[in-house]
Write a protein of this length. Sequence first.
Length: 257
Amino acid sequence: MRLREHAGSVPKPMVTIGDRPILWHIMKYYAHYGHKDFVLCLGYKANVIKEFFLNYSEAVTNDFVLRGGRNMELLSSDIHDWRITFLDTGLRANIGERLRAVQHYLAGEEVFLANYGDCLTDAPLSDFVDDFRTRDKIASFVSVPPPYPLHFIEQREDGVVTSVESVRESPLWINGGYFILRQKVFDYIAAGEELVEEPFQRLIEKQLLITYPYRGFWAPMDTLRERQELEALAATGRPPWAIWRSYPPMSLAGRPG
């Protein structure tokens, strides 16, 4: 609803940033690190996601040669080596329920990754995954400073303000929506439970949950303003989350050197 013109027409992961849905950008991020076997936990407007990939045109985001007006030769490709499983996990299912619904399709994967599907980052995923594999933990997630331009207020009982602090400068961290999980996490998720509520509380009690704090680029897409900010970054031709791209060097004047 907060994305206005997209409300009710497409699922949020299919809202576009530039010429591709945010879901595509997220999947490209994972593919850059070699993770190309995807399971999409579908729900609301699942057909929109299916139709996008069924009718996918690599020519939109890749260079190509057109001969005789008909024969196209791609000079590069992007999703040709992806494996995508499309699964209906319920119209109103929460994250925990969606993970339980696809557990069978994750068999054989000691460690797997999960994502909310509505935020972008340039975080060093391989570093986090490599570290997680060495730790005797069951779940982890990337945490980030709150990106919102708000202020915390402290006051006395008589209303006198004692401090005003920017949320961005506070010691608080929020869940960044990028998860690294082990199969054992399913032992902690009961039917109907949300992942970060009851299951994470059980893991916290046993010291089996860790986080990877990251102060680099991270941006959500919950509101129209946030989408416009991501669109502006995409329009520069150098969006910070597009780590799969190779950019030419820039001169001090901001032009190709």
